[in-house]
Design a protein around this ligand. Sequence first.
Ligand code: FAD
Length: 509
Amino acid sequence: MHAALTTNQDGVPATEHAVVIAGGGPTGLMLAGELALAGVDVAIVERRASQELAGSRSGGLHSRTIEILDQRGIADRFLSEGQVAQVQRFGDSLLDISDFPTRHPYGLGLWQSHIERILAGWVAELEVPIHRGREVTGLGQDDTGVEVHLSDGESLRAKYLVGCDGGRSLVRKAAGIEFPGWDPSTSALLAEAEISEEPELGIRRDHRGMHGIGRVEYEIRDGEVVYADSGPVRVMVAEEHVGAAGEPTLRNLSEALIAVYGTDYGIHSPTSISRFTDMTRQAASYREGRVLLAGDAAHVHSPAGGQGLNVGVQDAVNLGWKLAQVAHGTSPESLLDTYHAERHPVGARVLRTTMAQTALQRPDDRIEALGDAVSELLSMDEPRKRFAAMLSGLDVHYDLGEGHPLLGRRMPDLDLATPTGPVRMSTLLHDARPVLLNFKEPGIDISPRADRVRHVDAEYDGQWELPVLGSVPAPTAVLIRPDGHVAWTGDSTDPTEALTTWFGPPTAT
Ligand SMILES: Cc1cc2nc3c(=O)[nH]c(=O)nc-3n(C[C@H](O)[C@H](O)[C@H](O)COP(=O)(O)OP(=O)(O)OC[C@H]3O[C@@H](n4cnc5c(N)ncnc54)[C@H](O)[C@@H]3O)c2cc1C
Protein backbone atom coordinates (compact mmCIF):
# COMPACT_ATOMS: atom_id res chain seq x y z
CA MET A 1 0.00 0.00 0.00
CA HIS A 2 1.40 3.40 -0.94
CA ALA A 3 1.39 6.28 1.53
CA ALA A 4 -1.06 8.79 0.20
CA LEU A 5 0.17 12.35 0.04
CA THR A 6 -2.69 13.30 2.32
CA THR A 7 -2.95 13.94 6.03
CA ASN A 8 -3.46 11.42 8.81
CA GLN A 9 -6.04 11.68 11.60
CA ASP A 10 -3.81 14.15 13.51
CA GLY A 11 -3.65 16.45 10.50
CA VAL A 12 0.02 15.61 9.86
CA PRO A 13 1.04 14.73 6.29
CA ALA A 14 0.98 10.91 5.98
CA THR A 15 4.50 11.03 4.57
CA GLU A 16 5.89 12.38 7.85
CA HIS A 17 6.78 10.16 10.78
CA ALA A 18 8.78 10.48 13.96
CA VAL A 19 10.71 7.35 12.97
CA VAL A 20 10.99 5.48 9.68
CA ILE A 21 12.42 1.96 9.73
CA ALA A 22 13.98 0.64 6.52
CA GLY A 23 13.36 -3.11 6.45
CA GLY A 24 10.64 -5.23 7.98
CA GLY A 25 12.67 -8.33 8.84
CA PRO A 26 12.86 -9.56 12.45
CA THR A 27 14.86 -6.56 13.65
CA GLY A 28 12.69 -3.93 11.96
CA LEU A 29 9.48 -5.57 13.15
CA MET A 30 10.68 -5.82 16.76
CA LEU A 31 11.83 -2.20 16.72
CA ALA A 32 8.52 -1.05 15.26
CA GLY A 33 6.66 -2.86 18.04
CA GLU A 34 8.84 -1.27 20.71
CA LEU A 35 8.34 2.23 19.29
CA ALA A 36 4.60 1.75 18.86
CA LEU A 37 4.26 0.59 22.48
CA ALA A 38 6.00 3.81 23.51
CA GLY A 39 3.48 5.83 21.49
CA VAL A 40 5.88 6.86 18.71
CA ASP A 41 4.58 7.54 15.21
CA VAL A 42 6.59 4.92 13.31
CA ALA A 43 6.37 3.40 9.84
CA ILE A 44 8.25 0.59 8.11
CA VAL A 45 9.36 0.62 4.48
CA GLU A 46 9.79 -2.97 3.26
CA ARG A 47 11.01 -4.08 -0.15
CA ARG A 48 9.12 -7.40 -0.07
CA ALA A 49 5.49 -7.25 -1.17
CA SER A 50 4.47 -9.60 1.66
CA GLN A 51 6.04 -11.08 4.78
CA GLU A 52 6.63 -14.36 2.86
CA LEU A 53 10.24 -15.47 3.17
CA ALA A 54 11.98 -17.66 0.63
CA GLY A 55 13.89 -20.29 2.58
CA SER A 56 14.04 -20.98 6.26
CA ARG A 57 17.15 -18.99 7.35
CA SER A 58 17.20 -18.76 11.16
CA GLY A 59 16.25 -21.95 12.95
CA GLY A 60 14.94 -20.37 16.13
CA LEU A 61 15.20 -18.33 19.29
CA HIS A 62 17.62 -18.36 22.17
CA SER A 63 16.73 -18.11 25.83
CA ARG A 64 17.26 -14.34 26.21
CA THR A 65 15.18 -13.60 23.13
CA ILE A 66 12.33 -15.68 24.55
CA GLU A 67 12.66 -13.74 27.82
CA ILE A 68 12.48 -10.47 25.88
CA LEU A 69 9.33 -11.58 24.09
CA ASP A 70 7.93 -12.59 27.49
CA GLN A 71 8.60 -9.04 28.69
CA ARG A 72 6.16 -7.89 26.02
CA GLY A 73 3.61 -10.62 26.71
CA ILE A 74 4.07 -12.38 23.36
CA ALA A 75 6.43 -15.29 24.14
CA ASP A 76 3.55 -17.81 24.19
CA ARG A 77 2.72 -17.03 20.56
CA PHE A 78 6.16 -18.36 19.59
CA LEU A 79 6.38 -21.16 22.16
CA SER A 80 3.04 -22.60 21.05
CA GLU A 81 4.32 -23.00 17.47
CA GLY A 82 7.90 -24.13 18.02
CA GLN A 83 9.84 -26.95 19.61
CA VAL A 84 11.54 -26.33 22.92
CA ALA A 85 15.02 -27.88 23.05
CA GLN A 86 18.58 -27.51 24.26
CA VAL A 87 20.11 -25.69 21.30
CA GLN A 88 23.27 -23.99 22.51
CA ARG A 89 26.29 -25.43 20.71
CA PHE A 90 29.92 -24.54 20.52
CA GLY A 91 31.96 -26.65 18.13
CA ASP A 92 30.75 -30.20 18.68
CA SER A 93 29.57 -29.56 22.25
CA LEU A 94 25.91 -29.26 23.12
CA LEU A 95 25.71 -26.94 26.11
CA ASP A 96 22.73 -27.76 28.31
CA ILE A 97 21.18 -24.75 30.07
CA SER A 98 18.34 -26.59 31.81
CA ASP A 99 19.88 -25.69 35.20
CA PHE A 100 20.06 -21.95 34.42
CA PRO A 101 18.06 -19.53 36.59
CA THR A 102 15.60 -18.39 33.94
CA ARG A 103 11.96 -19.13 33.24
CA HIS A 104 13.07 -20.31 29.80
CA PRO A 105 16.14 -22.56 30.26
CA TYR A 106 16.06 -23.72 26.62
CA GLY A 107 15.93 -22.50 23.05
CA LEU A 108 13.05 -22.72 20.60
CA GLY A 109 13.21 -24.42 17.21
CA LEU A 110 11.05 -22.30 14.89
CA TRP A 111 11.90 -21.29 11.34
CA GLN A 112 12.39 -17.61 10.61
CA SER A 113 9.37 -17.48 8.29
CA HIS A 114 7.15 -18.30 11.30
CA ILE A 115 9.02 -15.90 13.60
CA GLU A 116 8.48 -13.08 11.10
CA ARG A 117 4.81 -13.96 10.61
CA ILE A 118 4.15 -13.87 14.35
CA LEU A 119 6.08 -10.63 14.83
CA ALA A 120 4.25 -9.05 11.90
CA GLY A 121 0.93 -10.03 13.50
CA TRP A 122 1.92 -8.25 16.72
CA VAL A 123 3.06 -5.16 14.81
CA ALA A 124 -0.25 -5.13 12.92
CA GLU A 125 -2.15 -5.18 16.25
CA LEU A 126 -0.10 -2.13 17.25
CA GLU A 127 -1.24 -0.52 13.98
CA VAL A 128 2.20 0.25 12.58
CA PRO A 129 1.89 1.17 8.89
CA ILE A 130 4.10 -0.92 6.60
CA HIS A 131 4.82 0.48 3.15
CA ARG A 132 5.28 -2.85 1.39
CA GLY A 133 6.76 -3.38 -2.04
CA ARG A 134 8.73 -0.16 -1.72
CA GLU A 135 12.44 0.28 -1.27
CA VAL A 136 14.56 2.93 0.40
CA THR A 137 16.89 4.18 -2.34
CA GLY A 138 18.65 7.07 -0.64
CA LEU A 139 18.58 9.56 2.19
CA GLY A 140 19.55 13.06 3.12
CA GLN A 141 19.74 14.36 6.66
CA ASP A 142 19.89 17.81 8.21
CA ASP A 143 19.55 19.22 11.74
CA THR A 144 15.81 18.65 11.86
CA GLY A 145 15.29 15.29 10.24
CA VAL A 146 15.91 12.78 7.47
CA GLU A 147 14.50 12.71 3.96
CA VAL A 148 13.99 9.06 3.00
CA HIS A 149 13.91 8.53 -0.77
CA LEU A 150 11.80 5.65 -2.07
CA SER A 151 11.94 3.52 -5.21
CA ASP A 152 8.67 4.97 -6.56
CA GLY A 153 10.09 8.50 -6.59
CA GLU A 154 8.24 9.60 -3.48
CA SER A 155 9.91 10.35 -0.18
CA LEU A 156 9.13 10.18 3.51
CA ARG A 157 10.29 12.64 6.14
CA ALA A 158 11.28 11.44 9.60
CA LYS A 159 13.03 12.74 12.69
CA TYR A 160 15.05 9.52 12.71
CA LEU A 161 15.71 6.72 10.24
CA VAL A 162 16.76 3.25 11.39
CA GLY A 163 18.39 0.93 8.89
CA CYS A 164 17.14 -2.58 9.63
CA ASP A 165 17.66 -3.42 5.98
CA GLY A 166 19.95 -6.43 6.32
CA GLY A 167 23.60 -7.18 5.61
CA ARG A 168 23.73 -5.26 2.33
CA SER A 169 22.12 -2.24 4.01
CA LEU A 170 21.51 0.67 1.66
CA VAL A 171 20.99 2.90 4.70
CA ARG A 172 24.41 2.03 6.10
CA LYS A 173 26.09 2.82 2.78
CA ALA A 174 24.10 6.01 2.17
CA ALA A 175 24.93 7.27 5.67
CA GLY A 176 28.62 6.71 4.91
CA ILE A 177 29.15 4.25 7.77
CA GLU A 178 32.21 2.02 7.35
CA PHE A 179 31.75 -1.77 7.55
CA PRO A 180 35.18 -3.18 8.42
CA GLY A 181 35.86 -6.85 9.01
CA TRP A 182 36.94 -10.07 7.39
CA ASP A 183 36.30 -11.44 3.90
CA PRO A 184 34.74 -14.89 3.65
CA SER A 185 36.84 -18.03 4.04
CA THR A 186 34.03 -20.53 3.39
CA SER A 187 30.94 -20.63 1.22
CA ALA A 188 27.94 -22.93 1.20
CA LEU A 189 24.68 -23.38 -0.66
CA LEU A 190 21.50 -23.56 1.35
CA ALA A 191 18.32 -24.77 -0.27
CA GLU A 192 14.85 -26.12 0.30
CA ALA A 193 13.63 -28.51 -2.35
CA GLU A 194 11.88 -31.77 -3.12
CA ILE A 195 13.97 -34.91 -3.44
CA SER A 196 13.09 -38.19 -5.20
CA GLU A 197 15.45 -40.57 -3.41
CA GLU A 198 15.99 -41.26 0.28
CA PRO A 199 18.87 -38.93 1.30
CA GLU A 200 21.54 -39.36 3.95
CA LEU A 201 20.06 -37.26 6.74
CA GLY A 202 22.31 -35.50 9.21
CA ILE A 203 25.77 -33.94 9.12
CA ARG A 204 28.69 -35.05 6.95
CA ARG A 205 32.20 -33.58 6.87
CA ASP A 206 34.92 -33.76 4.24
CA HIS A 207 37.80 -31.62 2.98
CA ARG A 208 35.34 -28.96 1.76
CA GLY A 209 33.76 -28.46 5.19
CA MET A 210 30.46 -29.33 6.80
CA HIS A 211 27.34 -30.45 4.94
CA GLY A 212 23.89 -31.35 6.18
CA ILE A 213 20.54 -32.65 4.92
CA GLY A 214 17.34 -32.64 6.95
CA ARG A 215 13.60 -32.55 6.38
CA VAL A 216 12.01 -29.12 6.79
CA GLU A 217 9.42 -30.72 9.08
CA TYR A 218 10.83 -32.20 12.26
CA GLU A 219 10.06 -32.87 15.89
CA ILE A 220 12.26 -32.86 18.93
CA ARG A 221 11.81 -36.04 21.00
CA ASP A 222 13.89 -36.59 24.13
CA GLY A 223 16.22 -33.85 22.98
CA GLU A 224 16.83 -35.46 19.57
CA VAL A 225 15.75 -34.07 16.22
CA VAL A 226 13.42 -36.58 14.53
CA TYR A 227 12.79 -35.69 10.89
CA ALA A 228 9.48 -36.28 9.14
CA ASP A 229 9.44 -39.41 6.93
CA SER A 230 8.75 -37.41 3.80
CA GLY A 231 8.37 -33.87 2.54
CA PRO A 232 10.78 -31.16 1.40
CA VAL A 233 14.41 -31.21 2.53
CA ARG A 234 16.71 -28.48 3.74
CA VAL A 235 20.16 -28.92 2.25
CA MET A 236 23.39 -27.21 3.23
CA VAL A 237 26.37 -28.09 1.10
CA ALA A 238 29.78 -26.47 1.35
CA GLU A 239 31.30 -25.27 -1.91
CA GLU A 240 34.80 -26.14 -3.03
CA HIS A 241 35.74 -22.49 -3.57
CA VAL A 242 34.76 -19.13 -2.12
CA GLY A 243 33.77 -16.27 -4.39
CA ALA A 244 31.32 -17.73 -6.93
CA ALA A 245 29.43 -14.88 -8.56
CA GLY A 246 25.73 -14.64 -9.40
CA GLU A 247 22.66 -16.22 -7.91
CA PRO A 248 23.06 -19.98 -7.32
CA THR A 249 20.98 -22.29 -9.53
CA LEU A 250 19.50 -25.79 -9.22
CA ARG A 251 22.35 -26.99 -11.41
CA ASN A 252 24.96 -25.53 -9.00
CA LEU A 253 23.16 -27.26 -6.14
CA SER A 254 22.98 -30.58 -7.95
CA GLU A 255 26.71 -30.42 -8.83
CA ALA A 256 27.67 -29.51 -5.27
CA LEU A 257 25.65 -32.47 -3.92
CA ILE A 258 27.20 -34.89 -6.42
CA ALA A 259 30.69 -33.65 -5.46
CA VAL A 260 30.03 -34.46 -1.81
CA TYR A 261 27.54 -37.36 -1.77
CA GLY A 262 28.17 -38.88 -5.20
CA THR A 263 24.48 -38.24 -6.05
CA ASP A 264 22.06 -35.32 -6.03
CA TYR A 265 19.25 -37.62 -4.74
CA GLY A 266 17.09 -36.41 -7.61
CA ILE A 267 16.75 -32.96 -6.11
CA HIS A 268 14.12 -30.82 -7.83
CA SER A 269 11.47 -28.13 -7.42
CA PRO A 270 13.49 -25.84 -5.12
CA THR A 271 11.54 -23.18 -3.22
CA SER A 272 14.78 -21.41 -2.34
CA ILE A 273 18.48 -21.64 -3.13
CA SER A 274 20.88 -19.19 -1.52
CA ARG A 275 24.57 -18.89 -0.84
CA PHE A 276 25.96 -17.93 2.53
CA THR A 277 29.48 -17.34 3.68
CA ASP A 278 31.33 -16.61 6.88
CA MET A 279 31.97 -12.99 5.89
CA THR A 280 32.34 -11.16 9.19
CA ARG A 281 31.83 -7.40 9.40
CA GLN A 282 30.53 -4.82 11.81
CA ALA A 283 29.47 -1.22 11.31
CA ALA A 284 32.12 1.12 12.72
CA SER A 285 29.33 3.19 14.24
CA TYR A 286 25.70 2.26 14.95
CA ARG A 287 24.71 5.92 14.61
CA GLU A 288 25.46 8.72 12.19
CA GLY A 289 23.46 11.78 13.19
CA ARG A 290 19.79 10.94 12.80
CA VAL A 291 20.46 7.59 11.14
CA LEU A 292 20.87 4.42 13.20
CA LEU A 293 21.58 0.80 12.32
CA ALA A 294 20.35 -2.42 13.90
CA GLY A 295 20.45 -6.14 13.16
CA ASP A 296 22.26 -7.51 10.11
CA ALA A 297 22.65 -3.94 8.82
CA ALA A 298 25.04 -3.43 11.74
CA HIS A 299 26.74 -6.84 11.80
CA VAL A 300 27.12 -9.90 9.59
CA HIS A 301 28.80 -13.18 10.41
CA SER A 302 28.57 -16.92 9.83
CA PRO A 303 25.27 -18.55 10.86
CA ALA A 304 27.28 -20.93 13.12
CA GLY A 305 25.60 -20.92 16.51
CA GLY A 306 22.38 -19.37 15.16
CA GLN A 307 22.98 -15.93 16.63
CA GLY A 308 22.07 -13.36 13.95
CA LEU A 309 18.33 -13.02 14.37
CA ASN A 310 18.61 -13.10 18.14
CA VAL A 311 21.20 -10.34 18.31
CA GLY A 312 19.14 -8.21 15.92
CA VAL A 313 15.99 -8.52 18.02
CA GLN A 314 18.03 -7.65 21.11
CA ASP A 315 19.53 -4.60 19.34
CA ALA A 316 15.98 -3.46 18.61
CA VAL A 317 14.89 -3.78 22.23
CA ASN A 318 17.92 -1.82 23.44
CA LEU A 319 17.29 0.96 20.92
CA GLY A 320 13.49 1.17 20.93
CA TRP A 321 12.82 2.85 24.28
CA LYS A 322 15.82 5.17 23.94
CA LEU A 323 14.74 6.36 20.51
CA ALA A 324 11.18 6.77 21.77
CA GLN A 325 12.29 9.04 24.60
CA VAL A 326 14.48 11.13 22.30
CA ALA A 327 11.69 11.35 19.70
CA HIS A 328 9.26 12.47 22.43
CA GLY A 329 11.79 15.04 23.65
CA THR A 330 11.92 13.61 27.19
CA SER A 331 15.60 12.66 26.87
CA PRO A 332 18.47 14.40 25.08
CA GLU A 333 19.94 12.95 21.87
CA SER A 334 23.01 11.82 23.82
CA LEU A 335 20.91 8.91 25.13
CA LEU A 336 21.21 7.44 21.63
CA ASP A 337 24.99 7.19 22.05
CA THR A 338 24.45 4.60 24.77
CA TYR A 339 22.93 2.36 22.07
CA HIS A 340 26.27 2.10 20.26
CA ALA A 341 28.19 1.97 23.54
CA GLU A 342 26.13 -0.98 24.78
CA ARG A 343 25.37 -2.96 21.65
CA HIS A 344 28.60 -2.59 19.61
CA PRO A 345 30.62 -4.65 22.14
CA VAL A 346 27.88 -7.32 22.17
CA GLY A 347 28.00 -7.49 18.36
CA ALA A 348 31.82 -7.59 18.37
CA ARG A 349 31.73 -10.54 20.75
CA VAL A 350 29.27 -12.40 18.51
CA LEU A 351 31.62 -11.82 15.57
CA ARG A 352 34.56 -13.32 17.50
CA THR A 353 32.53 -16.31 18.67
CA THR A 354 31.21 -17.13 15.21
CA MET A 355 34.71 -16.81 13.74
CA ALA A 356 35.95 -19.26 16.34
CA GLN A 357 33.08 -21.63 15.56
CA THR A 358 33.82 -21.45 11.83
CA ALA A 359 37.49 -22.15 12.47
CA LEU A 360 36.54 -25.27 14.42
CA GLN A 361 34.57 -26.52 11.39
CA ARG A 362 37.68 -26.50 9.19
CA PRO A 363 38.56 -29.89 7.77
CA ASP A 364 42.06 -30.31 9.21
CA ASP A 365 43.40 -32.90 11.65
CA ARG A 366 44.98 -30.26 13.84
CA ILE A 367 41.79 -28.21 14.02
CA GLU A 368 39.95 -31.42 14.89
CA ALA A 369 42.41 -31.97 17.74
CA LEU A 370 41.79 -28.39 18.88
CA GLY A 371 38.04 -29.07 18.71
CA ASP A 372 38.51 -32.12 20.94
CA ALA A 373 40.41 -29.98 23.45
CA VAL A 374 37.66 -27.33 23.40
CA SER A 375 35.00 -30.02 23.88
CA GLU A 376 36.90 -31.37 26.87
CA LEU A 377 37.03 -27.91 28.42
CA LEU A 378 33.34 -27.33 27.76
CA SER A 379 32.45 -30.60 29.47
CA MET A 380 33.48 -28.91 32.74
CA ASP A 381 30.78 -27.03 34.56
CA GLU A 382 32.21 -23.52 34.78
CA PRO A 383 33.27 -23.24 31.08
CA ARG A 384 29.90 -24.74 30.04
CA LYS A 385 28.02 -22.14 32.04
CA ARG A 386 30.10 -19.25 30.72
CA PHE A 387 29.84 -20.22 27.08
CA ALA A 388 26.19 -21.20 27.28
CA ALA A 389 25.29 -17.94 29.00
CA MET A 390 27.13 -16.03 26.29
CA LEU A 391 25.53 -17.92 23.39
CA SER A 392 22.03 -17.77 24.87
CA GLY A 393 22.35 -14.01 25.49
CA LEU A 394 21.67 -14.44 29.20
CA ASP A 395 24.98 -12.98 30.34
CA VAL A 396 24.75 -9.61 28.56
CA HIS A 397 26.17 -7.02 30.91
CA TYR A 398 26.12 -3.35 29.96
CA ASP A 399 28.89 -1.41 31.65
CA LEU A 400 26.99 0.97 33.94
CA GLY A 401 29.84 1.33 36.40
CA GLU A 402 30.68 -0.26 39.73
CA GLY A 403 28.00 -1.48 42.07
CA HIS A 404 25.63 -4.35 42.77
CA PRO A 405 26.11 -7.35 40.43
CA LEU A 406 22.64 -6.71 38.99
CA LEU A 407 23.69 -3.31 37.64
CA GLY A 408 23.66 -3.45 33.81
CA ARG A 409 22.52 -7.09 33.80
CA ARG A 410 19.08 -8.49 32.97
CA MET A 411 16.53 -8.38 35.75
CA PRO A 412 15.47 -11.92 36.72
CA ASP A 413 11.81 -12.69 36.04
CA LEU A 414 10.84 -12.98 39.72
CA ASP A 415 7.45 -13.95 41.13
CA LEU A 416 6.64 -10.82 43.14
CA ALA A 417 4.04 -10.14 45.80
CA THR A 418 2.55 -6.64 45.47
CA PRO A 419 -0.30 -4.75 47.17
CA THR A 420 -2.49 -5.59 44.16
CA GLY A 421 -1.59 -9.29 44.17
CA PRO A 422 1.08 -11.63 42.80
CA VAL A 423 2.75 -10.59 39.56
CA ARG A 424 5.67 -11.73 37.43
CA MET A 425 8.42 -9.19 36.87
CA SER A 426 8.12 -9.69 33.12
CA THR A 427 4.42 -8.78 33.25
CA LEU A 428 5.33 -5.39 34.71
CA LEU A 429 7.33 -4.71 31.53
CA HIS A 430 4.56 -5.54 29.04
CA ASP A 431 3.95 -1.89 28.17
CA ALA A 432 7.70 -1.21 27.75
CA ARG A 433 7.85 1.41 30.50
CA PRO A 434 10.57 1.62 33.17
CA VAL A 435 9.78 0.08 36.57
CA LEU A 436 11.04 1.00 40.02
CA LEU A 437 10.64 -1.93 42.41
CA ASN A 438 10.84 -1.02 46.06
CA PHE A 439 11.33 -3.83 48.55
CA LYS A 440 11.68 -1.72 51.72
CA GLU A 441 9.74 0.90 53.68
CA PRO A 442 9.50 3.82 53.23
CA GLY A 443 8.92 4.04 49.48
CA ILE A 444 11.09 6.16 47.19
CA ASP A 445 9.47 9.34 45.91
CA ILE A 446 9.49 9.40 42.11
CA SER A 447 6.52 11.74 41.75
CA PRO A 448 8.37 14.15 39.38
CA ARG A 449 8.59 11.25 36.90
CA ALA A 450 5.42 9.39 37.84
CA ASP A 451 4.23 9.81 34.24
CA ARG A 452 7.23 7.87 32.95
CA VAL A 453 8.28 5.36 35.60
CA ARG A 454 5.99 2.80 37.18
CA HIS A 455 6.57 2.53 40.94
CA VAL A 456 5.74 -0.82 42.54
CA ASP A 457 6.13 -1.75 46.21
CA ALA A 458 6.98 -5.45 46.16
CA GLU A 459 8.00 -8.35 48.32
CA TYR A 460 10.19 -11.24 47.29
CA ASP A 461 11.57 -13.82 49.70
CA GLY A 462 13.34 -16.16 47.28
CA GLN A 463 16.93 -16.35 46.05
CA TRP A 464 18.34 -13.72 43.71
CA GLU A 465 20.21 -15.78 41.16
CA LEU A 466 22.01 -14.77 37.98
CA PRO A 467 23.33 -17.08 35.25
CA VAL A 468 27.05 -17.89 35.80
CA LEU A 469 27.34 -15.61 38.86
CA GLY A 470 24.92 -17.61 41.01
CA SER A 471 23.34 -16.03 44.11
CA VAL A 472 23.66 -12.28 44.56
CA PRO A 473 22.57 -10.18 47.55
CA ALA A 474 18.91 -9.08 47.59
CA PRO A 475 18.74 -5.36 46.69
CA THR A 476 16.47 -2.98 48.63
CA ALA A 477 15.16 -1.47 45.39
CA VAL A 478 15.76 -1.91 41.65
CA LEU A 479 15.23 0.46 38.73
CA ILE A 480 14.57 -1.54 35.58
CA ARG A 481 14.80 -0.14 32.06
CA PRO A 482 12.16 -1.07 29.48
CA ASP A 483 14.66 -3.52 27.91
CA GLY A 484 14.76 -5.45 31.20
CA HIS A 485 18.25 -4.32 32.23
CA VAL A 486 18.91 -2.93 35.69
CA ALA A 487 19.79 0.79 35.71
CA TRP A 488 20.16 1.24 39.48
CA THR A 489 19.91 -0.75 42.68
CA GLY A 490 18.97 0.66 46.07
CA ASP A 491 21.90 1.07 48.42
CA SER A 492 23.41 4.26 49.81
CA THR A 493 22.73 6.35 46.68
CA ASP A 494 19.33 7.74 45.76
CA PRO A 495 17.97 7.03 42.28
CA THR A 496 17.74 10.65 41.07
CA GLU A 497 20.88 10.54 38.93
CA ALA A 498 19.98 7.20 37.34
CA LEU A 499 16.42 8.39 36.70
CA THR A 500 17.72 11.51 34.94
CA THR A 501 20.38 9.63 32.96
CA TRP A 502 17.99 7.02 31.63
CA PHE A 503 14.55 8.60 31.68
CA GLY A 504 15.22 12.32 31.36
CA PRO A 505 14.90 15.30 33.68
CA PRO A 506 11.78 15.65 35.86
CA THR A 507 8.62 17.02 34.26
CA ALA A 508 8.36 20.75 35.01
CA THR A 509 5.36 21.52 37.22
C1 FAD B 1 21.44 -19.43 5.79
C2 FAD B 1 21.18 -18.63 7.00
C3 FAD B 1 20.97 -19.29 8.20
C4 FAD B 1 20.76 -18.54 9.34
N1 FAD B 1 20.56 -19.17 10.53
C5 FAD B 1 20.33 -18.44 11.65
C6 FAD B 1 20.02 -19.04 12.91
O1 FAD B 1 19.97 -20.26 13.02
N2 FAD B 1 19.78 -18.23 13.98
C7 FAD B 1 19.81 -16.87 13.87
O2 FAD B 1 19.57 -16.17 14.88
N3 FAD B 1 20.08 -16.27 12.69
C8 FAD B 1 20.34 -17.02 11.58
N4 FAD B 1 20.57 -16.42 10.39
C9 FAD B 1 20.66 -14.99 10.35
C10 FAD B 1 19.29 -14.34 10.28
O3 FAD B 1 18.58 -14.79 9.16
C11 FAD B 1 19.53 -12.84 10.21
O4 FAD B 1 20.48 -12.48 11.19
C12 FAD B 1 18.25 -12.09 10.43
O5 FAD B 1 17.34 -12.30 9.39
C13 FAD B 1 18.56 -10.61 10.55
O6 FAD B 1 17.36 -9.90 10.63
P1 FAD B 1 17.30 -8.41 10.12
O7 FAD B 1 15.89 -8.00 10.31
O8 FAD B 1 18.37 -7.62 10.80
O9 FAD B 1 17.68 -8.47 8.61
P2 FAD B 1 16.92 -9.23 7.41
O10 FAD B 1 16.24 -10.43 7.90
O11 FAD B 1 17.90 -9.37 6.31
O12 FAD B 1 15.79 -8.20 7.01
C14 FAD B 1 16.06 -7.06 6.26
C15 FAD B 1 14.77 -6.64 5.60
O13 FAD B 1 14.99 -5.41 4.93
C16 FAD B 1 14.40 -5.47 3.64
N5 FAD B 1 15.19 -4.54 2.82
C17 FAD B 1 16.46 -4.67 2.40
N6 FAD B 1 16.86 -3.56 1.74
C18 FAD B 1 15.80 -2.71 1.75
C19 FAD B 1 15.60 -1.40 1.26
N7 FAD B 1 16.57 -0.73 0.62
N8 FAD B 1 14.40 -0.81 1.44
C20 FAD B 1 13.40 -1.47 2.10
N9 FAD B 1 13.55 -2.73 2.60
C21 FAD B 1 14.73 -3.33 2.44
C22 FAD B 1 14.51 -6.92 3.24
O14 FAD B 1 13.53 -7.27 2.28
C23 FAD B 1 14.28 -7.62 4.57
O15 FAD B 1 12.92 -7.89 4.81
C24 FAD B 1 20.76 -17.13 9.25
C25 FAD B 1 20.95 -16.50 8.02
C26 FAD B 1 21.17 -17.24 6.91
C27 FAD B 1 21.36 -16.54 5.60
